[in-house]
Every structure is written in C-alpha cells, then in structure tokens.
Design a protein around this ligand. Structure first.
Ligand code: URA
Length: 294
C-alpha cells in the first residue's frame, strides 16, 4: 500500500467511526480484510443476542442461528420488535410452478417488475400486507443493500428501512458518501411484511426470490451489502452463521457480496458497530476495486 492509499484508508475509517458513534479507544480488534474472523470475534458475534431491554421498534433479528433454526436457537425478537413466532422450517417443498414463475420474472424490465411485485399474490403475505415494498433508489446504482423483509413501518410507508434502523443505515451510507436515492439501491429479500414479525417462511422466500434476483440482474451493482443473518443466509444459500460470513467477499451471480450486521441489531449492540464499520470499509474496497477494473 502506498502512503496516500494508507492515509485515505485512515481518513475513511475516522469518518466511519464518527458517523457510527464509535470512540477511538474502540478500534476494531480484527484486520479489515480478515479471511477468517478471529476466534473470539466469531464467538462473540455468534453468541446470540436477546433484546428484552430494547424498545420494540429497535429490536433486530437474532444474528446467530441459521435460517430455519428454532426461535429458541435464534434468540428473542422479530425483525422490528414483536416476539418472533412460527420460525421457518428448513427450506424444502416449493410450488412446482415456481420455475415457470421465475422464468417469467427473469424477463421483466424495471416497470414490469415493479408492477408484478405490486400485484403479487404468490404467497399468503398478500393477505396481511398493507402494500408491497419494492425497494428504493437509483436504478443505475453501483451499490445495492439487501435487508430481510419489511417491518411494520415499511409496510405502512412502502419503503425499506424507515424508522430508527433506517436512520442508522442512512448514516452508514453517508459515511460511504452514498445516500438513499443516490448511487445506492435498497431492497429486501421479501417484498411483503411477515405478520407478527415472524421470520419469513421458506415458501415465501422461494416465491419472492425471483424478484430480488431480477432486481440484481437489472441493476448489476458493483457490490452488494447484505444486512443481517437472514438476508445473508438466504441470498448466499448457506447456514453459516453471520460471524463467519463477515470479513470475506462472497459472490452472487458474479457480483461481490459483503455481509454485515442488521442496522436494527447495531442499534442495541454498540460494540458490533466497529465490526460493521470494518464491513463497510471492505465493501468500499471491493467497490473501488471493481471500479478500477471497469
Ligand atoms: N428490516 C429489514 O430487514 N428491512 C426493512 O426494510 C426494514 C427492517
């Protein structure tokens, strides 16, 4: 690394620290691009969290157990606060019509995709939603952020990540010189809110997945940042805990993917903000590298 590159990196880190509210004595204990996070980091990140003390609206999904794990294994708290119920079993049976549905969705342009999502009745969530939440942002963006599913506020407002977690997310984006609607597109794995803040069920994920896939195909971002355990495990089709997914660059359809914590989780786990900051640094490096190669 040249001195200028090092200085830029230090400056960027300082910016992140300020925006994320991390004092300098909380400097991260792991290297920025750790191929495998250090044992204690993984242990900490995978220890599981409970959210009893937090206001409902600030709770986040548990960050440890895989998609499909029981509520007990995952810890308390749904996506936006209420007790999580009806945990999803391991993904298995899906509709035989799914391949045809996926093939049709794969032909849609942005307008067609948005209309298809708005009118979707492929799973039971259409009966309980207020509206679908398609995603928001620049459709030529180089950055894409992927969360889990709309919560109560998102269901009401029709936009992903509104509320306290959204504010933190916006601050994180600001630290990257990004803003909602400018060079970033934000979407969720699910386009409809699961009732009672339960985890998305496997059939819901399966029916909705072609939408996210096509959003990514149309956007072709330079980097995808996945927010939280559920989104990471769904997109990467893995059961690996988030603590182990962080720190490495993954790939989805040839696009680099960086995994970080869900902003709602970060609101109540101050110490992990430093790790989220490392993840964002990694994402920035991946993005800049892709830009240099373009
Ligand atoms: N949590 C998510 O994962 N997505 C949202 O849009 C809101 C909360």
């Amino acid at each position: 690394m040249t001195d200028t590159v090092k200085e830029n990196a230090v400056h960027r880190r300082a910016q992140f620290l300020e925006v994320l509210g991390i004092r300098t004595e909380w400097l991260p204990r792991v290297a920025i691009v750790a191929a495998e996070p250090a044992e204690d980091v993984v242990a900490l990140a995978d220890a599981g969290e409970t959210a009893e003390a937090e206001p409902a609206a600030q709770r986040a999904p548990a960050q440890d157990a895989p998609v499909g794990a029981t509520a007990e294994a995952r810890g308390a708290g749904g996506r936006d606060g209420a007790p999580a119920v009806g945990r999803a079993p391991a993904p298995d049976i899906v509709s035989p019509l799914l391949p045809q549905r996926a093939a049709e969705i794969a032909t849609l342009d942005w307008a067609g995709l948005e209309a298809s999502v708005a009118g979707c009745t492929a799973c039971g969530l259409c009966e309980t939603r207020t509206q679908t939440v398609f995603g928001v942002g620049d459709r030529a963006a180089e950055w894409m952020l992927v969360g889990e599913a709309p919560g109560q506020n998102e269901d009401l407002q029709g936009e992903p990540f509104v509320g306290q977690a959204g504010k933190l997310l916006d601050n994180m984006l600001g630290a990257l010189n990004l803003a909602r609607g400018r060079n970033v597109f934000i979407a969720n794995v699910l386009k409809c809110r699961p009732p009672e803040n339960r985890d998305p069920a496997p059939d819901e994920v399966a029916q909705c997945e072609p939408y996210l896939r096509q959003q990514i195909a149309l956007l072709r971002p330079k980097v995808i940042v996945v927010l939280g355990r559920f989104a990471a495990q769904s997109l990467l089709r893995t059961t690996t805990p988030i603590g182990k997914l962080r720190g490495t660059v993954h790939e989805y359809e040839g696009i680099p993917v960086v995994v970080t914590y869900h902003p709602a989780y970060l609101l109540r786990t101050l110490s992990d903000k430093a790790r989220a900051w490392e993840d964002l640094c990694l994402a920035r490096e991946v993005h800049d590298r892709a830009g240099a190669q373009a």
